[in-house]
Design a protein around this ligand. Structure first.
Ligand code: NAD
Length: 372
C-alpha cells in the first residue's frame, strides 16, 4: 500500500514537472498568471543562488503576484537543482557570462540581484542594458558614486530600480509609520536603533572589504540608518560617529566592527544608533515623541516583528516578509503603485550617502553635514 502511494506520488510529481517544461508550452504560460485575478505575475530571475536567495525563493512560493522564472548562477549544479525545484525551464537558466541574453527572454520582467555587495553595481547596469527591471539587495552598492551610476543607468534604460528593503512592507513597521503620520506620537524628538550580531567565519566575503565595501555598517547598521529615516519621517542633515575595534585581526582595515553614530534632523529630532558585528541581541528600534512612543523588538529580523506603543500592542499577523515584499514589488513594477515607504534606487542612494558620511565622521572625528 505504502509503495503504491509512493509510486502514485512520484508519477504525479513528474507529470506536474513535465507539464510545465518549455517556456512556450501552454501550461507554462498559464502558470505565469495569477489564477484568481488572471493577471500576469511579475516574472523574476534570481541572480546569486546563496543563502538569502534561498530564503527569497522559498518565500516566493507563497506569492500571488510574483514568480521565479529565471536563474543566474556561476554553479551549473545549482542551476540544475534550483531549476527543477522551482520549475524554471532550461532556456531561462543563465551564468554570469551569458546573462545579457535575458534581453530576448519574454519570460523575465525583472532580475533580483542577491550577490555580494561589490557586484551589485556592474550587475545592475548589465541588467538595465538588457531592458529588465532591477531589484537589488542592500546595500545597493559600495559607494554613493556607484549608486548614482546605477540610478542613472536604470533611468537611461527606461527600467525601474528597487532595493530589497523588506521592512518597508512589514505590517507592524507600517503601523508605527502610519501612527507617526497621524500624529499619535506628537512631535518626534528621538530615535534609537540598535543593529548587530556576532559574525562567525572570519573568511566570509562579508569581512572582505573588496567584496563587502565595509563592515557591519553596510551590512547590518544600514537597518538603523534606513529605520531612522522611515521612523522619524525626515532626512538627516548631519552625522557624528565613533568607532571601536576589539579584534583588528578579524576586522581588518576598512571593515568596521562597531560604530556608534548619531543623526540630526531638520525638526531638531536626533537619532542615536549602534552598528556591530561583535555583539548579539541587538535588533531594537525605539521612537519617542512629545505625546508617546513606539518600540519594535525585534525590529528588523525575519520576524515575527514584535512591539508596542503607548497606545497599544502591535499585533499584526506575520507573513514571510519576502512574500509581502515581492507581491508589493510586482504591483510597483507592473502597475506603478507607490509603496508607503519608498524602495527605489534614490532611497538606496540616500542610505549610501549617509554611510559615507558616517565613515567620514569616524575618520575626521567631527560632525559631517549632509545634503541628501
Ligand atoms: P551568500 O554568500 O550566501 O550568497 C552570495 C551568492 O553570490 C552565492 O551563491 C555566491 O556563489 C554568489 N557569488 C557570485 N559571485 C560571487 C563572488 N565573486 N564572490 C562570492 N560570491 C559570489 O550571501 P547572502 O547572505 O545571500 O548575501 C547576498 C546579498 O544579499 C548581499 O548583498 C547581502 O547584503 C544581501 N542580504 C540581504 C538580506 C535581507 O534581509 N535583505 C539578508 C541577507 C543578505
Amino acid at each position: 500500500m505504502k509503495s503504491r502511494r509512493k509510486f502514485i506520488e512520484k508519477v504525479a510529481i513528474s507529470t506536474a514537472g513535465l507539464s510545465l517544461v518549455g517556456w512556450n508550452s501552454p501550461n507554462y504560460l498559464m502558470h505565469l498568471h495569477n489564477p484568481a485575478s488572471k493577471e500576469p505575475k511579475l516574472k523574476v530571475a534570481l541572480m546569486g543562488l546563496g543563502s538569502y536567495a534561498n530564503r527569497v525563493a522559498k518565500a516566493m512560493q507563497q506569492c500571488n503576484k510574483a514568480i521565479i522564472t529565471g536563474l543566474i548562477s556561476g554553479t551549473p549544479e545549482k542551476l540544475e537543482t534550483w531549476g527543477e525545484k522551482y520549475n524554471v525551464p532550461k532556456e531561462s537558466r543563465y551564468n554570469y557570462e551569458n546573462f545579457d541574453a535575458i534581453a530576448s527572454n519574454p519570460n523575465i520582467d525583472a532580475v533580483y540581484i542577491i550577490t555580494p555587495n561589490a557586484l551589485h553595481h556592474g550587475q545592475t547596469i548589465r541588467v538595465a542594458k538588457a531592458g529588465k527591471h532591477v531589484i537589488c539587495e542592500k546595500p545597493m552598492a559600495i559607494s554613493a558614486q556607484e549608486g548614482k551610476e546605477m540610478v542613472d543607468a536604470c533611468k537611461k534604460a527606461g527600467v525601474k530600480l528597487l532595493v530589497g528593503y523588506r521592512m518597508h512592507f512589514e505590517p507592524n513597521t507600517l503601523e508605527v509609520v502610519n501612527m507617526r503620520k497621524q500624529g499619535d506620537f506628537g512631535k518626534i524628538d528621538f530615535f534609537q536603533g540598535l543593529s548587530g550580531f556576532n559574525i562567525g567565519d572570519p573568511n566570509q566575503w562579508r569581512l572582505d572589504k573588496a567584496l563587502a565595501g565595509g563592515g557591519a555598517l553596510v551590512d547590518i547598521g544600514i537597518y538603523s540608518i534606513n529605520g531612522a529615516r522611515y521612523m522619524v519621517g525626515e532626512e538627516p542633515i548631519w552625522v557624528t560617529a565613533q568607532e571601536t575595534k576589539t579584534n583588528p585581526e578579524k576586522f581588518k582595515e576598512g571593515v568596521d566592527e562597531t560604530i556608534q553614530f548619531q543623526l540630526g534632523f531638520p525638526s531638531g529630532a536626533v537619532a542615536s544608533c549602534l552598528s556591530t558585528y561583535a555583539m548579539n541581541n541587538l535588533d531594537k528600534f525605539f521612537l519617542n515623541g512629545a505625546k508617546g512612543f513606539a518600540q519594535l523588538h525585534p525590529a528588523t529580523g525575519y520576524g515575527p516583528i514584535k512591539g508596542s506603543t503607548h497606545l497599544k500592542a502591535l499585533t499584526e499577523d506575520h507573513t514571510p516578509q519576502q512574500t509581502l515584499q515581492m507581491d508589493a514589488m510586482a504591483d510597483i513594477l507592473l502597475k506603478g503603485t507607490e509603496p508607503a515607504i519608498p524602495v527605489n534606487g534614490e532611497e538606496g542612494l540616500k542610505d549610501l550617502k549617509i554611510i559615507e558620511a558616517i565613515y567620514k565622521a569616524v575618520d575626521q572625528s567631527k560632525k559631517i553635514t549632509l545634503t541628501l
